[in-house]
Design a protein around this ligand. Structure first.
Ligand code: T1G
Length: 696
């Protein structure tokens, strides 16, 4: 028996326990052990029980094996072998029975579970489809429609719902072993034997073409969910064995796809970002009481995120009226969290009566463990706030700024505790967006950084370590690729054509629609802030200044690049904007030229990767995967492309560099190739090579 699977006989029942922490993934050792244990049970037992050791049943195939040569026995063979057993096999679920784990359970003849268990087939979130019989057995068990909903979404299904649709036979309060043994004793006492799911008649067909079209559309370029529809269709139209063959064909095709490579990279990258060698062995400080300075949209959002995470919040505003307004804003956010199912009514009552308070005096923060400043983006204001906090807060309190671009070193220098000062750059809305840039200043201690990452995990946010520069990782890269887009508008492209081209690439929103959402006045203020130090060779998007001068700031004023009509989602194109752009081009003596969708995408990506390479070289991001996670979680980069750096590796760095050199012929200043990119291409290396160099 492999040590990944334990087997023992209890009475006349063979107990097969998967023990492969942390999530009992079906590694090669597990697959071999499962087979051996099953053969043992069939020799000596009247029935067998499959359970998972530790916190969960099997959570899926071992994703770290993907892309490597498969080792026999494969999981499909194991599942078919379980199902063909002459003795009844029962799977007893707890934790999350996902992917291959649920497929093992479906191959068993019966399934029982604890009330807190969840099941699912999340393979499409990894760019593949269930590949061990899930698309053939699940539809037989619960019908094609219900199976399609679970498989194409990849969602985790609460066990009550699974029981309602007939996916599990019983929910019991005991331990997985107790539940399984009790069920088997009852089964044997009634003389019930094996009940192979594959013996259930093929499910009635549904409108698979309609499902395929709907899934393709909602997938926004992802192919796995729509492919899963065709696998489930095979369950309705082919024999079980032919259906398994069809599933395997489609699974194998997807396993070789760049989308699988991108999504698996995203899966591991979002877990790797919090693994920093510098934090190894460093204990974070305990955070229970948090102070927030400033009750505007950001401050109230940050306070809400902390309150939902169970922290105690004191929000400081300058006067009673502002404090009351902030309280109202926080309570509105909390009520929205209730509607989203993220907060219970009881929790809301507890928060508003005990753990949330506003105040107008900083002395209320004397006992805070962490204070997060979210006041006006002005260095003098921030330095004054930090100096005051420094004099009032307890010595071990961490002082954090939510600034989106100001120099955290300068802010830290306004205190006597720079080692305890850090940047926590939340993304708006702060209580919804998962990304948090943890900006580590020169004097910030490892303990303070570790505290910030632990705090982020408590808020269920994905924290990325960033160095100090204007814009840190995300906004610095955004500013650069946004300039490339603005330059294309100056040269002849329309904002609407660019938005269309980039959403066709997979971006969640067009960049000009994003500007309208965030407010054009933000970019305007940034251009004015940088005007004094701007390089004379830099081109200025004067068309955007014209719109701002007209008070057209975007959604908040009803007009920006688009026109927003009351009650209508999304904006409509505005011919007046195109006239303004044409006038600016004429004033600049530019003869507009046309751009294809590909031109737009290549310039967008060339600029993004060029600046990302500089961000890496400057040490602002430690690894390319940190940039991937930042752009995936904060800027709508398509997850199925793995993030910009993963996409660049797949597309080929030499082609990207060649594009940049071509564009440099038009504008050598803006398109000067990043030296790191040139070195990687010259050495035949990839961004993934740099990730590997940094993995501890
Ligand atoms: N394979 C390998 N490692 C895995 C893994 C997996 N399936 N799932 C998790 N891990 C690692 C993860 O990288 C992390 O490692 C640690 O376990 C804890 O994970 C044939 C082919 C189960 C809900 O998609 O959704 O089956 O960082 O931090 O927040 O049809 O992990 O500690 O080194 O996420 O408590 C289908 C993926 C696979 C489930 C637990 N299964 N996993 O969440 O912990 S494809 C999945 C999850 C498949 C078959 C196909 C979550 C979780 P480290 P964690 P968590």
């Amino acid at each position: 028996m492999s040590n990944a699977v334990n087997y023992r006989l209890k009475g006349d029942i063979g107990i097969i326990e998967i023990s492969n922490p942390p999530v009992n993934a079906t590694s090669h050792a597990v697959r071999k052990g499962l087979l051996a244990a099953l053969e043992n049970a069939e020799q000596e037992a009247n029935a067998a029980l499959i359970v998972g050791a530790g916190r969960t049943f099997i959570a899926g195939a071992d994703i770290s094996e993907f892309g490597k040569p498969p080792k026999k026995p494969g999981l499909p063979d194991i599942c078919n072998r379980i199902e063909a057993s002459p003795i009844p096999i029962v799977a007893s679920l707890h934790g999350t029975a996902l992917g291959g784990g649920l497929e093992v359970a479906l191959a068993a003849h019966y399934r029982v579970a604890v009330p807190t268990a969840k099941v699912g087939l999340p393979e499409v979130t990894l760019g593949i489809i269930p590949g061990a019989g899930g698309t053939q057995r699940l539809p037989r068990l619960i019908g094609a429609e219900a199976a399609l909903g679970i498989i194409t979404s990849g969602r985790h299904v609460p066990i009550n719902e699974a029981y309602q649709v007939g996916l599990v036979d019983q929910i019991s309060d005991g331990t997985p072993e107790e539940n399984g043994l009790a069920f088997i004793h009852d089964l044997l006492s009634k003389g019930h034997g094996p009940r192979p799911v594959s013996g259930i008649p093929a499910p009635k067909p549904v409108d698979f073409d309609a499902w395929h079209a709907k899934t393709l559309k909602s997938g926004k370029g992802q192919i796995a969910p729509a492919t899963a529809v065709r696998a489930v269709e095979a369950a309705s139209t082919l024999s079980f064995l032919d259906g398994l063959k069809r599933e395997r064909e489609l699974f194998t095709e997807l396993m070789a796809s760049p989308q699988r490579e991108g999504l698996i990279h995203a899966f591991f990258a979002e877990r790797a970002v919090s693994k920093l060698p510098e934090l190894k062995g460093i204990d974070p400080r305990e955070i229970a009481k948090v102070g927030v300075i400033g009750g505007g949209t950001m401050g109230s959002g940050i306070a809400t995120a902390c309150l939902v995470a169970g922290l105690d919040i004191t929000l400081i505003e300058r006067d009673a009226q502002s404090a009351e307004a902030a309280r109202t804003k926080v309570e509105t956010f909390l009520k929205a969290a209730i509607k989203r199912g993220k907060l219970s009514e009881d929790a809301f009552a507890k928060i508003t009566s005990t753990t949330f308070r506003t105040a107008t005096e900083y002395t209320a923060l004397a006992e805070a463990d962490l204070v997060i400043e979210a006041v006006f983006e002005d260095m003098d204001v921030k330095k004054s706030v930090f100096a005051t906090l420094d004099s009032i807060c307890k010595p071990e309190a961490v002082l954090a700024t939510n600034t989106s671009y100001l120099d955290v070193n300068e802010i830290a220098a306004a205190t006597s505790r720079p080692q305890s000062v850090i940047g926590l750059h939340f993304f708006s809305p702060a209580h919804v967006m998962k990304l948090l840039e943890v900006v580590v200043a020169d004097a910030t201690s490892a303990e303070t950084t570790a505290t910030a990452f632990t705090f982020a995990k408590r808020l269920r946010k994905t924290a990325v370590r960033a160095g100090v520069c204007d814009g840190f990782i995300g906004n610095r890269i955004l500013a650069y690729y946004r300039t490339a887009l603005d330059n294309m508008v100056l040269d002849g492209a329309s904002p609407y054509q660019i938005d269309k081209a980039l959403t066709a690439f997979g971006m969640a929103m067009g960049p000009f629609a994003v500007s309208d959402l965030a407010g054009l006045d933000i970019g305007w203020a940034t251009r004015k802030r940088k005007a004094a130090t701007r390089d004379p060779r830099a081109r200025i998007p004067t068309f955007a200044d014209r719109l701002c001068e007209m008070g057209r700031f975007g959604q908040k004023t009803g007009r920006g690049f688009y026109i927003y009509e009351e009650g209508k989602r999304g904006g409509i194109k505005d011919p007046e904007v195109e006239e303004i752009i044409a006038k600016e081009r004429a004033a600049l003596g530019i003869t507009p030229r046309s751009f294809t969708e590909e031109d737009i995408q290549r310039r967008f990506l060339g600029a993004l990767i060029n600046e990302a390479a500089r961000v890496l070289a400057d040490g602002i991001a430690r690894r390319p995967l940190d940039i991937d996670v930042t752009l995936l979680y904060g800027y709508g980069f398509p997850r199925w492309r793995g993030g910009p750096m993963k996409w660049a590796d797949i597309a080929g760095l030499s082609g990207i560099l060649s594009d940049i050199r071509t564009f440099a012929a038009e504008d050598a200043y803006f398109w000067s190739p990043a030296p790191l990119l040139e070195h990687l291409v010259a050495e035949g290396r990839t961004f993934e090579d740099l990730n590997k160099e940094h993995t501890s």
